[in-house]
Design a protein around this ligand. Structure first.
Ligand code: MSP
Length: 515
């Protein structure tokens, strides 16, 4: 049977800024999803990258005194390094300044043009450089400070220039049909409803080229015009799949299974993008999932407040895997959440160190001290043994459903239920008492615990790849036996295990942790 293919993308990040927790969040979530389906036997293509054109990036380059190319080369590299430092297993890293991307943009433009959906006109209206978005007058408000702002709070400026337009108004009904026929196209449902109301309210044609600056992909056969940065940026998802070369080995991944985006950029992905694609005769993605936003210690994260969370600092403080775990466990993906240092330490010290770390330490430490480091073989299994093993075996089917719908917190909560069950099982079975009374029974109890740990470690690899790799090492599980197919093959008893090491290092809360 051919392996199923799956294609997942993060947004491509603007290179005007240093990476923050918002960037880390989406990328880690996609990484977990990609790793999960890979371990489950799928062929996964996982894409991330940087968005390097447009006025916002051009202005940032100017402010730093570098040429746009030198500036984007440098900042793009910091995003690549962030991905590496977060142990992200992406298959490609796309930059919109690459030649392959220019080719894809030009071809998409030509196809949309050939379909009759582009016309030349003049744009007169409001534009927010910070959002790289056009707003209707009714979406803006004039503040007491005399500054007019868009719905996101970004200042807008009046733009009047020759422009190409995309006939978005002509796509209203077909977009509504797309949402109707594919109820999962936009997730979560609350976001889907918002997009549907927006489209129902009527769509205006969209300005898709700019003439007042040059930092973009030139419009084919139209000197002076560069493509609107969002048309350029969205096309990255096609570029990386080999477009326009339909014989490219990656083309079989299109349409993408899911674009994961923050709620602020859903409109671009769920309205403009499928319209561009359908106009060009290409199938739209199967799903767009919008996650929520993090505030920091109760406040909106912003440079002016000076509270931007640098993922690299948090990782240095608590370790990478606890950071990954925290982001996905703390709040349901799709909802907003608050990032607090106290919350992060609590997840590390309680969920990870006390609950999971202790389970491993109690089990493997006991084997090291009492059975000469050899994992015993099981004898007859009791009802109590079976209940724990069955609970662990039930995790894979449950996690498949939860990971598919991005319910990471629920998938993790299910695993933690088993961890708590296993800790209660040790307290009930008391292997320390069995050591003298019934060593055979003690052996069975230890084996049941080790086998439960093996299952947990295999299933939690997507979230905590390093730490679970170390746990599997301690259980003597070879690297060839770590995918989900291997779940069906229980640990052999009678083998010596390596010396156990603690999985997690607690970090105590100190005064002034808030800063
Ligand atoms: N370049 C565009 C995306 C183009 S995709 C074809 C862009 N880039 S961005 O760097 O500004 O933002 C990237 C992502 O970070 C967005 O999905 C946004 O929602 C997310 N976040 C920015 N701040 C965030 C939080 N405070 N919390 C969670 N995610 C946040 O938009």
């Amino acid at each position: 049977m051919p392996r199923p293919t799956r294609y997942i993308t993060t947004p491509i990040y603007y290179v005007n800024d240093v990476p923050h927790i918002g960037h880390a969040y989406t990328t880690i979530a996609c990484d977990v999803w990609a790793r999960f389906w890979r371990l489950d036997g799928a062929e996964v293509f996982f894409l991330t990258g940087t968005d390097e054109h447009g006025q916002k990036v051009a202005k940032a380059a100017e402010a730093s005194g570098e040429s746009p190319q030198a500036f984007t080369d440098r900042v793009s590299q910091t995003f690549r390094e962030l991905a590496r430092s977060m142990n992200i297993a992406n298959d490609d890293f796309i930059r919109t300044t690459e030649p392959r991307h220019y080719r894809a943009c030009e071809e998409l433009w030509r196809r949309i043009h050939a379909a009759g959906d582009l016309y030349l006109g003049e744009y007169g209206g409001w534009y927010a450089v910070r959002d790289e978005a056009f707003y209707r007058e009714s979406e803006t408000t004039l503040g007491e400070d005399g500054v007019r702002r868009g719905p996101t709070g970004a200042p807008v400026e009046w733009v009047k220039e020759p422009s190409w337009f995309f006939r978005l108004s002509a796509w209203q009904e077909r977009l509504l049909e797309l949402y109707e026929r594919n109820p999962d196209f936009i997730q979560p449902t609350s976001r889907r409803n918002e997009v549907i109301s927006f489209v129902r309210a009527g769509l205006e044609d969209l300005s898709v080229s700019r003439t007042s600056f040059a930092w973009g992909v030139p419009v084919p056969d139209s000197p002076g015009h560069v493509m609107y940065v969002w048309l350029d940026a969205l096309t990255n998802y096609l570029t990386a799949a080999g477009f326009p070369d339909e014989t490219h080995p990656r083309w079989r991944f299109w349409p993408a299974d899911v674009h994961v985006v923050g709620k602020d950029i859903l409109r671009f992905h769920a309205v403009y993008w499928p319209a561009f694609l359908m106009s060009a005769g290409l199938p739209p993605p199967k799903r767009v999932f919008a996650h929520g936003w993090w505030t920091v210690e109760g406040q909106k994260m912003s440079k002016s407040l000076g509270n931007v969370v640098d993922p690299r600092e948090e990782i240095a403080r608590v370790g990478l895997d606890p950071f990954r775990f925290f982001l996905l466990r703390e709040i349901p993906f799709g909802q907003d959440g608050d990032f607090t240092r106290r919350g992060l330490l609590k997840r590390l010290n309680v969920d990870l160190a006390n609950e999971f770390g202790n389970l491993a330490q109690r089990t493997l430490g006991f084997v090291a001290r009492n059975t000469g480091g050899v994992l015993p073989s099981p004898d007859v299994l009791s009802e109590d043994d079976r209940a724990l093993l069955d609970a662990a075996a039930g995790l894979l089917p449950a996690m498949r459903i939860e990971i598919e719908r991005f319910a990471f917190h629920a998938a993790l909560e299910g695993a933690w239920q088993v961890i708590r069950d296993a800790n209660a099982y040790i307290d009930r079975e008391k292997p320390w008492a069995l050591r003298k009374e019934d060593p055979v029974r003690m052996g069975t109890v230890l084996w049941v615990l080790a086998e439960t740990l093996r299952r947990l470690a295999i299933l939690l690899q997507p979230v905590m790849p390093d730490t679970m790799g170390r746990l599997l090492d301690q259980l003597g599980v070879g690297t060839e036996a770590r995918d989900f197919a291997a779940l069906a093959h229980p640990l052999p008893g009678g083998r010596p295990l390596p010396q156990p090491e603690p999985l997690f290092r607690k970090v105590e809360e100190t005064v002034g942790q808030g800063g």
